[in-house]
Design a protein. Structure first.
Length: 267
């Protein structure tokens, strides 16, 4: 089937909810975005006047039975994890036969906004300290039996110095027995083990470190050649990215991060 025809079929199923539309007491303000399975809206609770986030399954995904549970899975993950730095679930239901749930709107800014829109820069020490916060949150996720699997900078927020994590749409129960085949880095982010999130933490640190990078050569080089960082910071990132022997758990990562932070402060 031609791609353009496939997209037209998808668009025909989308049935985008319009601003002002009343979804069981929640008024649509605007469309926030569309993911692989869900569409997200900013809404106002008619009874309280409070802004919230509504996520529904993309209607065409209902054609594929294995995708229908994604909304329920995300809601279950958030309810199980129940953490002040993750969104709280308010309610759930169906509208025009489409399942949805409403959750807390987190007040932080994404690191995508901070770095690429506001031009924020982070030193090596600041990056590692933010990394510590992220690992602590990931540790909570893992200890409760889940893997996030989508720890990208649009899904990590900063609010008055505290990190927040959103978009648990790809979160799943941990499968400790599955291992990604070495060398297939593209698979790490979707692995159902801790390695998926550890790999993402490594990329998060690289985004922070690159925020203050000023290129001195036109020729593109590897991050290890471009970033002027401490040897121990480099080793931590290599292990997070599975280039070297990976970390066994979050506690081990925290120990290494604290050690490197202390080393940097002593310089």
């Amino acid at each position: 089937m031609p791609l353009t025809l496939f997209r037209r079929l998808i668009d025909g199923f989308e049935q985008t909810w319009k601003p002002g539309e009343n979804i069981n007491g929640y008024h649509i303000i605007r469309l926030v975005g569309k993911g692989s399975y869900g569409t997200t809206y900013s809404v106002i609770d008619h009874s309280s006047g409070k802004e919230a986030i509504l996520k529904r399954i993309r209607p065409y995904k209902k054609l594929f039975s294995n995708h229908v549970q994604y909304v329920q899975n995300e809601m279950n993950a958030l309810q199980t994890l129940s953490h002040p730095q993750f969104p709280s679930v308010y309610t759930a239901g169906k509208y025009k036969k489409t399942p949805y749930f409403v959750m807390e709107k987190m007040e932080g800014q994404t690191f995508e906004e901070l770095i690429f829109q506001e031009g924020k820069t982070y030193s090596e020490g600041e990056s590692l300290k933010l990394g510590v916060q992220l690992v602590i949150l990931v540790q909570w996720i893992h200890e409760n039996g889940f893997v996030h699997r989508d720890l990208r900078i649009p899904n990590i927020l900063l609010d008055h110095g505290l990190l927040q994590i959103i978009d648990f749409g790809l979160a799943c129960e941990m499968n400790a027995t599955r291992e990604t085949i070495p060398g297939k880095l593209k698979d790490y982010m979707r692995d159902k083990s801790k390695k998926s999130d550890f790999y993402a933490i490594g990329h998060f640190l690289l985004f922070l470190l690159y925020s203050s990078y000023e290129p001195t050569m036109k020729k593109e080089r590897s991050w290890e050649e471009e970033l002027a960082i401490h040897h121990d910071t480099r080793m931590v990132i290599r292990r997070l990215l599975q280039i070297d022997s990976g970390f066994s758990d979050s506690e081990e990562i925290l120990g290494e991060l604290y050690r490197v932070i202390d080393t940097l402060q002593e310089r």
